[in-house]
Design a protein around this ligand. Structure first.
Ligand code: PMP
Length: 479
């Protein structure tokens, strides 16, 4: 049941009608008139006020054991009786009960399609959807809910920008600047745009620690004069945290529009889109304790207003005749068709949860886990760890065992209940730069513990001892 502080959406709707102030943690109520939502028109909402986060960070360090009981799946034992050690959070995170409850409460009590409905359930669902948008706007520090578009995820959001902004703005003479550390989601849509327009792609190189110096960025901006710089805030392989605020300033000075892929940042550190000042910021819900099928496309309002829509259909239009159409206002201009209603409700609840834990505390906790993993893995002979020191990375550690296959190591760990990811992690150009075809990746979140990191390091060391060191003794390399 979506009963934060005992309030359901119906109760919230009723109290809103009575003019009661919503409290911070309850599913927030839109600050615009309910009737206009029901009719499908979006008047100017009041800009969400206050800081980017919904609450101040916890003053004390994060205790994962405080939060683990809220995640039903973490109580699970695998078929071989091993407890689950879930270290695949960069791919997708797990869900606290309150997110599952918020979504099932909608399905069980007030689900209906949104906007334009004149019946009670449609009104309640619409209210919950638009309340969720307000929560998302607050979570990222957006100036207005007009700037918060519900997309299917990071990939869909980047493709929307590539189609809507890219097809409108990019010509054969233009250059798009990326980094070599991008996820395929932030490479392929631009390659497709290059196929359509003839524009050029340039890649910022990384150094051996997976970092990029400011002067490399400045030199590329000066030389290539890109129309767009699109970069990840945190590498999903190396864990490197790139200084997006500084680089956005440099890119703007060079006249470029900036897109930030925050898929590995938004769930793990406070995000303030106003401070970053990027033109577009995108991320997914399922890496933030939320459901799949939803993500956020943030765009600066002037830009979104000017841009043509990408997908056409219901909801994104104001009028349609046999001759043509006019578009609706933001944000629905970019939300053709039925939006991810229940997913938005789940995402908002996930954001409230993550905010209750405290994003500063989450960030510090993950850095401690990454530091512990680096300490535990570094002494293992023949292990190559990629990326920068712990103080400049998030909770992601990727490595290979020389002489061992990443798939064998992943299976070995899985038999011990430890879930990591192996392969290219949708970053083939980066792995090519690293000189390997794939890697093993352990990625942490708020519920992971130092004991789990120790279990990982011990199991990797045992794998090395059993399969690499022993076979070397039997067949020493010829000199
Ligand atoms: N960018 C980065 C940095 C990612 O880590 C991911 C997910 N691995 C994506 C984009 C794509 O996200 P999604 O699959 O949710 O669209």
């Amino acid at each position: 049941m979506m009963t934060m502080k005992g309030r359901t959406v119906s109760a919230a709707l009723a109290s809103k009608k009575k003019g009661e102030q919503s409290n911070r943690i309850s599913p927030e109520l839109p600050t615009f008139d309910t009737m206009s939502i029901l009719s499908g028109s979006h008047p100017e909402p009041v800009a969400p006020s206050g800081p980017a986060n919904l609450a101040a960070p916890l003053p004390r360090p994060l205790d994962p054991y405080r939060w683990r009981p809220e995640f039903p799946i973490l109580q699970r034992k695998l078929d071989n009786g091993k407890p689950l050690v879930y270290l695949d959070n960069a791919a997708s995170t797990q869900h606290p009960q309150r997110v599952i409850d918020a979504m099932s409460d909608c399905y069980q009590r007030y689900y209906a399609n949104v906007h334009r409905g004149s019946h009670t359930l449609s009104g309640e669902s619409t209210l919950a959807l638009e309340s969720a948008r307000e929560t998302c706007a607050r979570f990222i520090g957006a100036a207005s809910t007009h700037e918060v578009i519900f997309a299917a995820g990071t990939t869909a959001a980047i493709n929307t920008v590539a189609r809507a902004w890219g097809d409108w703005r990019i010509t054969a003479n233009d250059t798009i600047l990326l980094t070599i550390a991008e996820h395929h989601a932030n490479i392929v849509p631009w390659q497709q745009l290059a196929q359509r327009t003839g524009c050029k792609l340039e890649f910022l190189p990384i150094d051996d620690a997976g970092e990029i110096a400011d002067d490399v960025v400045e030199e590329h901006l000066r030389r290539t004069r890109p129309k767009l710089m699109a970069l990840t805030a945190v590498s999903n392989v190396l864990g490197t945290e790139y200084p997006v605020e500084r680089w956005t300033r440099l890119a703007h000075q060079a006249g470029a529009t900036v897109l930030i892929d925050a898929a590995q940042a938004a769930p793990h550190q406070p995000l303030d889109v106003k401070a970053w000042d990027a033109d577009f910021v995108v991320f997914s819900g399922h890496k933030l304790c939320g459901p799949t099928g939803i993500g956020i496309l943030y765009g600066k309002r002037e830009l979104l207003e000017e841009m043509p829509p990408f997908l056409g259909g219901g909801a994104m239009i104001r009028t349609v005749t046999t001759e043509g159409f006019t578009t609706s206002e933001l944000p629905t201009k970019f939300e053709a068709g039925t939006p991810p209603i229940v997913e938005a409700i789940g995402l908002a609840e996930a954001m409230r949860f993550v905010d209750d834990v405290g994003l500063d505390a989450i960030h510090r906790h993950e850095q401690q886990l990454a530091a512990a993993a680096l300490r535990g893995l570094t002494p293992i002979e023949g292990l190559k760890i990629f990326g920068p020191p712990a103080d400049r990375r998030g909770g992601i550690v990727s490595f290979v065992v020389e002489g061992g296959h990443t798939l064998d190591l992943a299976h070995w760990l899985d038999r011990r209940g430890i879930a990591i990811r192996d392969g290219h992690h949708c970053a083939m150009p980066l792995h090519q730069r690293l000189g390997v075809s794939g890697s093993c990746r352990a990625s942490f979140y708020l519920y992971n513990t130092l004991d789990e990191v120790e279990a990982l390091c011990a199991a990797v060391a045992e794998f090395h001892q059993r399969f690499i060191a022993k076979s070397r003794k039997r067949n020493p390399p010829s000199v």
